[in-house]
Design a protein around this ligand. Structure first.
Ligand SMILES: C[S@@+](CC[C@H](N)C(=O)[O-])C[C@H]1O[C@@H](n2cnc3c(N)ncnc32)[C@H](O)[C@@H]1O
Length: 211
């Protein structure tokens, strides 16, 4: 495990209990609905009924019920995360909603899945902290089927336009916001590669189709 991975694991181990509360508080401060923003990201997966969907760095699993609802429950969910404490919260959340998912403790740059196993792959937050971002993205592509959509989103602000006060503050407080969207790390040969901004222009969303 890279030292960045160890640091990240320890960080989330200590914050798992508060993670959902903190997210809600931040959304409240920004005057937005965190759920609506998550649904936006999920819409970009263009899911079909019966899909097998993987979320890499699933955290406390907030996106999984939203994915399930989007498909009327006709979905096979899997989630991987480096932090056992985040996965425990995720299990608890799924139990309380009577949902099932394969939850696996693991590292994004070494996914324990066969190639072409998933109809869609989502990553929603965390990439900026990974030690091996290129490896993690390559793995997301490897485990996606031909024709599957991959959606990768994380913190970051566009530097080619005037930033809002909140985004300027975020840049000062959290160095991860300075990282440009990792378009240079997307493997060659994917189709329909697109970059957009959401979360009030404080997150990027990269999407593409695996060919
Ligand atoms: C910002 S949280 C995002 C959680 C969730 N996707 C969400 O939307 O709320 C980042 C997650 O990435 C996980 N993580 C950090 N480094 C990782 C790595 N190298 N491999 C897998 N997961 C990792 C953390 O444990 C944490 O749960």
């Amino acid at each position: 495990m890279y030292s960045d991975e160890r640091r990240s694991r320890n960080y989330y181990q200590g914050r798992a209990r508060w993670y959902d509360w903190a997210n809600r508080a931040v959304a409240l401060l920004r005057g937005v609905s965190g759920t609506r923003e998550r649904r936006q990201a999920i819409e970009h997966l263009a899911l079909r009924p019966g899909a097998r969907v993987l979320e890499v760095s699933v955290g406390t699993g907030t996106n999984l019920p939203l994915i399930s609802t989007a498909l009327g429950g006709d979905v096979r969910l899997a989630g991987l995360d480096i932090s056992p404490a985040m996965l425990d919260r995720c299990r608890w959340k799924l139990r309380s909603r009577k949902l099932e998912a394969d939850l696996i403790e693991g590292e994004a740059a070494h996914l324990p899945f066969a190639g072409g196993a998933f109809d869609a792959v989502l990553h929603h937050g965390g990439l900026a902290e990974f030690g091996d971002r290129k490896g993690a993205i390559a793995e997301m592509v490897r485990v996606a089927k031909q024709g599957a959509r991959v959606v990768i989103c994380d913190v970051g602000v566009p530097t080619d336009r005037r930033l809002s006060l909140v985004n300027r503050l975020l840049l000062r407080l959290q160095p991860q916001y300075e990282q440009p969207p990792p378009l240079d790390l997307i493997p060659a040969g994917v189709a329909d590669l697109n970059l957009s901004w959401f979360h009030g222009g404080a997150w990027y969303l990269i999407e593409f189709v695996v060919v």
